[in-house]
Ligand binder design. Structure first.
Ligand code: APR
Length: 236
């Protein structure tokens, strides 16, 4: 990597691989199935319209499961970088767990939503939520029983894309961690970053689908790779 002296603004993209060692299943490892349903068949507005109970049960289970998990060394290292890095830094995560935050990271952007929010389709307000939605609880804001998971489903627009592209435009370094590069627009961020002149690095268990777009790539478990990389970036 170029001398760290000329790196000021960093954008980090994380995917399910950064939470894998916390015991949260990734999407495409191990078949990506749930109760014989492909996740892609559950995480869609059509599935929700067709069988809302199935979709709500799926997300109730995952919302409950993530609350039993702990951040791992990769989350902790990224939180440390967030705390100590004096330049700009943004962790854009595709993950809908809160492990980055629970490790202490502040500058986190959830582009695919968050398990621990409920989104009211009546008043459009998102409220913190840790319990189930299957029993159609009332929206804390408006009282309607119209709460859905605050998750960006296939076919829906990811959140805060303008902020993400602004950060990519300013980035000197773009680091992709624990993502397969299978789902757009996140899978295209490395190309955007290159076009904007950033240096690009991939940290992943194995080469991702976009690995050829990266200036450098390191392969192995995130808990080892990310901790070592953060030490390097902080000049330790
Ligand atoms: N350390 C580092 N990388 C890992 C580890 C690990 N311990 N375990 C798995 N990985 C890597 C896998 O090699 C894979 O490349 O993490 C990546 C996980 O890829 P996916 O399961 O496709 O997850 P992700 O890239 O986050 O999926 C993107 O797709 O299903 C949608 O919206 C969903 O946000 C998700 C998006």
């Amino acid at each position: 990597m170029a001398g760290m002296k000329d790196i000021r603004n960093i954008v980090i993209l994380t995917g399910a691989g950064v939470s894998a060692e916390s015991g949260i299943d990734t999407f495409r490892d191990g078949g990506g199935l749930w109760e014989q349903h492909r996740v892609e068949d559950v995480a869609t507005p059509e599935a929700f319209a067709r069988d809302p109970d199935l979709v709500l049960r799926f997300y109730d289970m995952r919302r409950e499961a993530i609350q039993t998990k702990e951040p791992n060394a990769a989350h902790v290292a990224l939180a440390r970088l967030d705390r100590e890095w004096e330049g700009e830094l943004l962790i854009v995560t595709q993950n809908v767990d809160d492990l980055h935050e629970r490790a202490g990271a502040k500058r986190v952007l959830h582009m695919h939503g968050e398990h621990l929010n409920a989104w009211c389709t009546a008043c459009d307000v998102r409220s913190p939520w840790t319990g189930p939605l299957l029993d159609r609880p009332a929206c804390p804001q408006c009282g309607a029983a119209e709460l859905r998971p605050d998750i960006v489903w296939f076919g829906e627009m990811p959140y805060r894309m303008d902020e993400i592209f602004e950060a990519l435009e300013q980035a000197d370094l773009f680091v992709s961690i624990g993502t397969s590069g299978a789902v757009y627009p996140a899978a295209g961020f490395v190309r955007n970053a290159r076009e904007f002149g950033a240096e690009t690095l991939e940290l992943n268990l194995e080469p991702s689908q976009g690995t050829a777009w990266f200036d450098a790539a390191r392969h192995g478990p995130a808990t080892a790779l990310v901790s070592a990389w953060v030490d390097e970036v902080l000049g330790l």
